[in-house]
Design a protein around this ligand. Structure first.
Ligand SMILES: NC(=O)C1=CN([C@@H]2O[C@H](COP(=O)(O)OP(=O)(O)OC[C@H]3O[C@@H](n4cnc5c(N)ncnc54)[C@H](O)[C@@H]3O)[C@@H](O)[C@H]2O)[C@H](O)CC1
Ligand code: K
Length: 535
């Protein structure tokens, strides 16, 4: 059971894939009406858990639970398709559980099954309106207007109704997706329901994990309705996989537990190339991120003038003071005697470099080491014809741009805000690199099209320096994994998960305003310790 849960928790589907999976179920003999009854029954039970809980919590503050509380009034928003069908079954079940139920349905042409459910609800005496106003006094709204069958931009009257109900500030539970969101891109098609909760049915829809959807999704959870794994496999096996990073996948990739017999050189040697007189903090934060990764040996190449501050901050690291330019950037990568770039298991280059350090980038690009480029490393690369430069490199390369850096690196890839999954996949395919596109839902892709999405983060990370910490952390993980058979994109995805989980823990203890980058580095180990104990 746990195995199924883990597999289901990872899978992300598009509308087409969900349609094809459901078609297999119906072709195998499952009556549509039976599946709808099963799914809607699960939804109705979950709604009562969520909703009754909040009622009881609300009443807890009062002297006593008044037995004469009027039944909660629930408004059902009904669309013309099976999303609407689901909602009408929920309506009937809540009615039988004693709720007062009102229905809004502005559509005259409904799918057959949906129409039958509406007819039966009407026969039970449930009031049905073609305008939204009568539902204004409801305590809770259930959004069954559109699910993954939404094909085009919403128009009136339903668009205006959605805009009105969004102003009511009432709890809204959306079935499958908030109506109005594009199932794959998360784009708002005209307008969309701002859900308090989204109950995603069967498998996670890709649109729910795209940054532009997050203002509408609310708290999202999956309602598993026992889709056979064989049906999922049959539909997805010929497409590039798109998965959610879960705690299980992340922990399985971490270099834990360590072998009982080991030594510092067996646990990876990372070279960081970072910092400038102007941005010494970036070098420190990158070093602290690398330290937290557990990497066995850490060397940090910085301009000579940063050497003393780096030694003070990171006494365990080998600080390499390099000749610097007038402006205080690294002029030349001057490694200690008897070492060259092949002495390291991985290189991470970029934070705080400034573009004056551009000469060293070609040197690291010419190396054969696994290489992570971030910040100014990316900005310098963007001046060098990214695609051609990386195609020539043909070695493990990881790019960690935010949206702005992404646009500079890949100016010909359509706007990364429209479909971040597609844009990241395209960038990885063209460059051959593993590309991590930072965001509220960070996307990682490799050149074969495999995509991982980090499904949980916190706006607390929206601060200078967070990215430097991530660079050091992932660099350290790459160095430790270099002798292991782990897919690079999984290592990178684990770093993104670890980084965001640390920020989430820090925000819980210090609020979202209390997670500066230096504090974040202290939570990297704390979150791991707490997570591993709970494994
Ligand atoms: N099939 C099942 O038993 C299950 C269905 N599930 C639920 O059904 C929806 C998918 O249902 P579907 O009928 O394919 O589409 P929707 O209800 O999402 O869309 C409604 C319908 O509306 C038309 N339409 C599309 N765009 C617009 C628009 N902009 N304006 C007006 N009308 C539009 C289009 O013809 C659609 O058919 C799914 O989300 C689940 O909620 C479950 O998966 C359980 C099993
Ligand atoms: K919906």
């Amino acid at each position: 059971m746990k195995d199924r849960q883990e597999k289901i928790a990872q899978v992300i589907v598009t509308a087409q894939q969900m349609h094809d999976i459901e078609e297999r179920i119906f072709t195998a003999g499952m009556p549509v009406v039976a599946l709808m009854e099963k799914v809607a029954g699960l939804i109705a039970r979950r709604i009562q858990d969520i909703y009754l809980l909040s009622c009881q919590q609300e009443n807890k503050g009062k002297a006593s639970l008044s037995p004469s509380l009027p039944p909660s009034r629930v408004g059902i928003l009904t669309g013309p398709g099976h999303n609407g069908g689901d909602a009408l079954v929920v309506a009937r079940e809540l009615y039988f559980r004693g709720y007062e139920v009102l229905i809004y349905c502005p559509f005259s042409k409904l799918k057959e099954l949906t129409s039958q459910h509406l007819q039966y609800n009407r026969s039970l005496g449930l009031p049905c309106y073609d305008s939204i106003e009568p539902l204004q006094d409801c305590d809770l709204l259930i959004d069954g207007l559109f699910g993954f069958g939404l094909e085009r931009t919403l128009t009136d009257p339903v668009a205006s109704a959605i805009n009105q109900l969004n102003e009511w500030d009432k709890p809204i539970i959306s079935i499958d997706l908030p109506s109005g969101l594009h199932t794959d891109t998360g784009e708002v098609l005209g307008t969309a329901v701002r859900a308090t909760h989204t109950l995603c049915l069967g498998l996670w829809k890709q649109g729910l994990l795209q940054d532009q959807a997050l203002d509408y999704v609310g708290k999202a959870e999956l309602i598993d309705f026992d889709i056979p794994l064989a049906d999922i496999q049959a539909v997805l096996e010929n497409s590039p996989s798109t998965k959610r990073i879960t705690k299980t996948t992340a922990l399985s990739t971490l270099p834990l537990p360590r072998p009982p017999v080991t030594h510092k050189y067996k646990e990876g040697h990372l070279l960081l190339i970072c910092g400038s007189r102007r941005y010494s903090g970036g070098a420190i934060l990158t070093g602290l991120g690398a330290r937290a990764s557990g990497v066995g040996m850490l060397s940090i190449a910085v301009p000579e003038s940063l050497k003393s501050i780096m030694v003070a901050q990171l006494p365990e690291a080998l600080i390499i003071g390099c000749p610097e330019t007038e402006s205080g950037a690294i002029a030349q990568l001057q490694l200690p005697a008897k070492t060259d770039l092949s002495s390291f298991n991985a290189i991470a280059c970029g934070p705080g470099l400034t573009q004056d350090a551009s000469p060293i980038l070609q040197q690291v690009l010419d190396s054969t080491n696994p290489l992570l480029l971030d910040a100014d490393g990316l900005n310098i690369l963007a001046e060098m014809e990214t695609i051609q430069t990386l195609q020539k490199r043909q070695k493990i390369t990881v790019l960690t741009p935010h949206t702005g850096e992404f646009k500079r690196l890949f100016p010909d890839i359509p706007d990364a805000n429209h479909d971040r999954v597609k844009a990241t996949r395209e960038a990885a395919a063209q460059s051959g690199a593993v590309v991590l596109l930072k965001g509220a839902r960070t996307v990682i892709a490799n050149f074969q099209g495999t995509v991982w999405i980090n499904p949980e983060s916190t706006p607390a990370l929206a601060r200078g320096g967070s990215g430097d910490v991530l660079t050091g952390l992932i660099g350290g993980l790459l160095a430790q994994a270099s002798s292991k058979k782990i897919f690079v994109e999984e290592i990178v995805a684990t770093g993104a998960w670890w980084h965001s989980q640390a920020a989430i823990l820090a925000a819980q203890e210090r609020t979202e305003l209390g997670v500066d980058a230096h504090t974040l580095t202290n939570y990297l180990i704390a979150v791991l310790a707490s997570t591993s104990n709970k494994k």
